[in-house]
Ligand binder design. Structure first.
Ligand code: PFF
Ligand code: NA
Length: 457
């Protein structure tokens, strides 16, 4: 992890607890909070979905995050090595290593579309700088987004820029600089989201948005929506995809895993809720469709920037920050694959990055074409993008999270886990263990089987 980590007896470590928190927060906060959370909330009817999502963060996301950081730190390895080593220590089946494999593959698949969406934010940065949002009408904003999607060459150009930039940074191991940059970018991103929330209060539809986000109407909640909420809890916290486990492997013994996980969970959730409070007043003020899908922020925000004072400046800054937030998440997704190639396959960092970039770019074509020439090529009603999104967030992540929970709470030795987590030996640890042994696995299995139609609750 570059210079942000210092070597202590062979293994790299974050130079301080704060560096780790920043890196993990940089991984967590990204498109998931600002792009995905608002649009899936809109698609799934609001309040009840948000409530289920919050419950998933609390009961499943944060406890699983603690387990992942613990496994990373104790094993001091990348996800496959980590799972293998921990299984060995516990005298368990070596096949547990597969959980690490699934995580690496999952992170890789997510990145294949994440780079394309990051490309949209870059494209919108340029649009903002050139004043394209100025007094834009809702129809024109919709047409602008539609025009971008209809142009595969443009999408491809932007996603290529993202892939090349990410790979360049990863190949140089420049994380140190990047983690420092997060120091400044995160507060600025939050400040800009707050500016947007401030603008949103002036639309006259703020109360409507609050009502939409926080008044649960369970009749609007489908069984699939519950699975989407569960999957998003993993996605938004960067779980079950190698990122947090790998970052955890650089954490020092003196860091409290419990405290850090809770802080990251709260921070990530706050950013998502603020994004919702910024977007939905605009949606209602302009009579837009909350369930419009992945284009939601790309249609609503330009309208707001086009209206507000200094909109060009705020809009440009906003999309730059969002691109950077996406970049720090992208890097955390790719680190497990590249470190596996360099450590296990003895490839140079440069070669590994180039190879990974090429495969990613190729896979990204599927997402690029999902919005235009392959729009109607669907499998089970899903485009390539929808299918990868569903496969990762709604199948692989809940399954990976389930296995991590079972492993940490049943397979690893209780006293080892107790010592690692830093919850003390009392009630808090007992509560964590009870949740991870029973609540988390049962909840995941029930949501899973219910959404896939195997049971009916
Ligand atoms: N947590 C990131 C977000 O909310 O945008 C997405 C993500 C990053 C998912 C890293 C998975 C991952 F490994
Ligand atoms: Na997130």
């Amino acid at each position: 992890a570059g210079n942000a980590a210092v070597s202590t007896g062979g293994r790299l470590q974050w130079s301080s607890r704060l560096t780790f928190i920043l890196a993990a927060a940089g991984s967590a906060v990204g498109l998931g909070n600002i792009w995905k959370f608002p649009y899936i909330t809109g698609e799934n009817g609001g309040g009840a979905f948000v409530l289920v999502y919050l419950a998933c963060i609390l009961v499943i996301g944060i406890p699983v995050m603690m387990a992942e950081i613990m496994i990373g730190r104790r094993s001091q390895q990348n996800p496959t090595g980590a799972m293998a080593t921990m299984a060995k220590e516990a005298g368990a089946n070596p096949l547990w290593k597969g959980v690490g494999w699934m995580a690496i593959i999952c992170g890789f698949l997510i990145l294949s579309f994440y780079t394309v969406i990051s490309g949209w934010t870059l494209s919108y940065t340029v649009s903002s700088v050139t004043g394209a949002f100025d007094t834009i009408t809702p129809d024109a904003a919709g047409a602008m987004f539609g025009g971008m999607l209809a142009d595969p060459a443009q999408l491809l150009m932007w996603s290529t820029v993202v892939v090349v930039t990410t790979m360049y940074i990863v190949s140089r191991g420049l994380h140190a600089g990047l983690e420092k940059a997060i120091n400044y970018m995160m507060p600025l991103l939050i400040a800009l989201v707050l500016v947007m929330v401030g603008y949103a209060t002036s639309t006259g539809h703020f109360a409507e948005a609050i009502n939409f986000l926080f008044t649960p109407d369970f009749s609007k909640l489908s069984t699939e929506a519950v699975l989407v909420a569960l999957g998003h809890a993993f996605f938004t916290l960067s779980l079950a995809s190698g990122a947090i486990m790998t970052y955890g492997s650089y954490v020092s013994k003196s860091t409290s895993i419990a405290k850090t996980s809770i802080m990251i969970g709260i921070f990530d959730t706050a950013v998502a809720l603020l994004a919702g409070l910024a977007i939905f007043p605009i949606v209602f003020a302009y009579g837009l469709e909350p369930g419009a899908g992945p284009g939601l922020i790309f249609v609503t925000l330009p309208i707001a920037f086009g209206q507000m004072p200094y909109g060009t400046l705020f809009g440009s800054l906003f999309f730059v920050m969002l691109s950077m937030a996406a970049l720090t998440s992208a890097i955390s997704m790719i680190e497990p694959t590249v470190s596996w190639l360099t450590e296990k396959r003895k490839m140079s960092r440069g070669k590994a990055s180039a190879l990974v970039g090429l495969v990613l770019w190729t896979l990204g074509l599927g997402t690029v074409f999902s919005f235009n020439i392959w729009q109607d090529n669907t499998l089970f009603g899903k485009t390539f993008f929808d299918a990868i999104d569903f496969l990762t967030a709604n199948l692989m992540m809940p399954l990976g999270g389930l296995l991590v929970a079972l492993f940490a709470a049943w397979v690893m030795k209780s006293n080892v886990v107790k010592e690692e987590l830093g919850l003390g030996g009392g009630l808090l640890f007992t509560a964590w263990q009870f949740v991870m042994r029973f609540i988390t696995p049962i909840a995941i299995v029930v949501v899973f089987l219910n959404a896939l139609g195997f049971i009916n609750i």
